[in-house]
Design a protein around this ligand. Structure first.
Ligand code: ADP
Ligand code: MG
Length: 213
């Protein structure tokens, strides 16, 4: 982050590296969540995907290209439903940033909105279906509300990360209507959605790297 509160390509690369570290530290927890209402591969899917994203981070590229490269790596290396969803989300976020040399609060908000649109275009899930949308949609809404209140990039991201955590917690009582967990019907109630939980983790990583420390 520079003095004007803009994020650089290096900040976004740090985000991907930190997200990879947080995912790797949380593989077992994410796997347990997915074992309860899915097939138990979510932690390993994401771990593989984010490691590939870190390996694919370009040197000397604008912020948008950093996210596009990370998204493409996740798309090609991550299995499960979540790989295409996260990969496309990051790619679309990167495309929204274009070739700008740095990212201000409004641009990052637009990129996050594009990521949510990408997830919903591809997966067709609405809020309340017990998916990653239940973390990402409130995160984007909280980001935009903070931006409208005049908050800077770091505060907007913190609001988004907090809302994502709240959204993930709020998936516990829901019945899944999309993805593998929906096969369980009412037995999906009482467990946190793994993808909503990992979305909260990834946005926490962004808050960590954009925060004032
Ligand atoms: P799989 O379900 O194929 O094993 P993962 O375990 O990696 O894939 O990811 C599961 C997560 O993917 C779910 O917890 C949910 O958050 C997310 N997910 C599944 N289907 C959808 C969808 N249609 N839209 C949004 N998110 C989805
Ligand atoms: Mg799974």
């Amino acid at each position: 982050m520079n003095a004007e509160g803009r994020a650089s390509a290096e900040d976004l690369a740090s985000w991907i590296r930190h997200a990879a570290d947080l995912v790797s530290a949380d593989v077992d927890r994410l796997t347990r969540l997915d074992a309860a209402i899915g097939d138990g591969d979510h932690g390993h899917n994401l771990d593989r995907g984010f490691r590939a994203a870190v390996d694919a981070l370009p040197a000397d590229a604008p912020p948008g290209k950093v996210l596009v490269a990370a998204g493409l790596a996740i798309l090609s290396k991550t299995g499960g439903a979540s790989g295409p969803l996260y990969g496309t989300a990051l790619r679309r976020a990167g495309k929204a940033l274009g070739d700008a040399a740095d990212v201000d609060a409004a641009a990052l908000g637009a990129a996050l909105r594009s990521a949510l649109d990408a997830v919903q275009d591809l997966g067709k899930a609405a809020e309340g279906d017990k998916t990653m949308v239940d973390a990402l949609a409130p995160a984007v809404a909280a980001y935009e509300a903070a931006l409208a209140d005049g908050s800077g990039l770091a505060a907007c991201v913190r609001a988004a990360a907090d809302a994502a955590s709240g959204g993930a917690e709020a998936t516990v009582p829901l019945q899944a209507r999309k993805g593998r967990a929906s096969y369980l019907g009412p037995r999906s109630v009482g467990h946190m959605d793994p993808g909503a939980s990992s979305t909260a983790l990834i946005l926490r990583a962004l808050a960590d790297v954009t925060g004032e420390g």
